[in-house]
Ligand binder design. Structure first.
Ligand SMILES: NC(=O)c1ccc[n+]([C@@H]2O[C@H](COP(=O)([O-])OP(=O)(O)OC[C@H]3O[C@@H](n4cnc5c(N)ncnc54)[C@H](OP(=O)(O)O)[C@@H]3O)[C@@H](O)[C@H]2O)c1
Length: 308
């Protein structure tokens, strides 16, 4: 089958299209013909060799962990999905490929009204955001500060927290402030002077902080909270130094399939939006990762294996 592979760690130029061994569904798994695959920052971090301590990678490797597509093979014991079903989810094999394998617990039906790219944009962003909001126990009436609110996980976090009844203050560059208002957040610029700007935007104080961006906002977060509790980062390697929680786990989420189905239904009727900034043919994965690595994507980048 066609897939994007890399045989050594390095920059985007190590990625190339190749023919690789077909994959087949094991017990509890489905094989899916990929129509769209989401690009995540962790894909380039792994490709650069930066994640070896956490996720050792056997080379050659295929990047990617989320997809939308059509079930074309079911493994032993699978009753939840059948060949021909349209689905989205998190994969156990690289999703920058014509086919992926997925455990049925990490898959949900794709509503007909949801496009392929929009479906592939959901799994990691929504599951990560939901997991951290649960860990932070964000509740109605509270104020949540989200660092990095205009990216994929941030966009999901703003909307899911607002849906819980929280007030959300979100950081982004000024170009993304109107976008954040539409999502339901009070926008604030990141960088020098952040503490004062957040205090002005939220004179009531912030009850919890979700650091999505991981770009050095933890000291300011501790100052704003007056302590280290209810501050979680998913990307700042200095978490332990600041005494705050680091939430690992990629897109894993308890009861993942059911909750992903709920988010997909909401997205299909416009109640949840992870906008797709741009799509690329699968063979242009290197360009997509380059753009992702530059760090200023609004929403999501998506690869389309069927596009030439
Ligand atoms: N631990 C986990 O389980 C887990 C799971 C998923 C993701 N992650 C990590 O979480 C991070 C975010 O993922 P993502 O998919 O949301 O990334 P993304 O979509 O690529 O994020 C891009 C966004 O980051 C914003 N940004 C850039 N610099 C910023 C800064 N200094 N302060 C605030 N925002 C800034 C940009 O806004 P502007 O363009 O306005 O600057 C842009 O909209 C990545 O490092 C990823 O690897 C971790």
């Amino acid at each position: 089958m066609e897939a994007i592979v890399y045989e050594e760690f390095g920059g985007p130029d190590v990625l190339r299209p190749a023919q690789v061994e077909d994959v087949h569904a094991g017990p509890g798994q489905i094989r899916v013909e990929v129509r769209a695959a989401g690009v995540n920052p962790v894909d380039h971090k792994i490709r650069n060799g930066w994640m070896e301590a956490a996720f050792p990678t056997r080379l050659p490797a295929t990047p990617g962990s989320e997809f939308a597509g059509v079930v074309d093979e079911t493994g032993r014991g699978v009753t939840e999905f059948a060949v021909g079903d349209e689905v989205l989810g998190r994969s156990t094999t690289g999703a920058y490929a014509a086919y992926v394998l997925a455990d049925v617990g990490a898959v949900a039906p794709k509503p007909e009204a949801l496009g392929w790219p929009e479906a592939a944009a959901l799994p990691v962003a929504t599951a990560t955001a939901a997991r951290v909001l649960d860990e932070l126990a964000v509740a109605a009436g509270e104020t949540l500060l989200v660092h990095g609110a205009s990216g994929a996980v941030g966009s999901a976090a703003v909307q899911l927290a607002a849906a819980r009844g929280a007030t959300v203050v979100g950081t982004a560059s000024p170009a993304n402030h109107d976008y954040l208002r539409v999502l339901g957040a009070v926008p604030v610029a990141y960088g020098e002077g952040l503490v004062d700007r957040v205090r002005e935007a939220a004179p009531q104080g912030v009850a919890a902080v979700f650091d999505v961006a991981g770009k050095g906002a933890l000291a300011d977060s501790v100052e704003l909270r007056g302590g280290t509790d209810r501050i979680t980062t998913i990307a700042d390697p200095d978490a332990a130094h600041h005494g705050v929680a680091f939430s690992a786990g990629g897109g894993s989420l308890p009861d993942e399939g059911r909750r992903l189905a709920e988010y997909a239904e909401a997205a299909a009727v416009g109640g949840l939006r992870i906008p797709v900034e741009r799509t690329f043919p699968l063979r242009e994965a290197a360009r997509a990762q380059e753009l992702s690595e530059a760090g200023h994507v609004r929403g999501k980048l998506v690869l389309l294996p069927g596009e030439r």
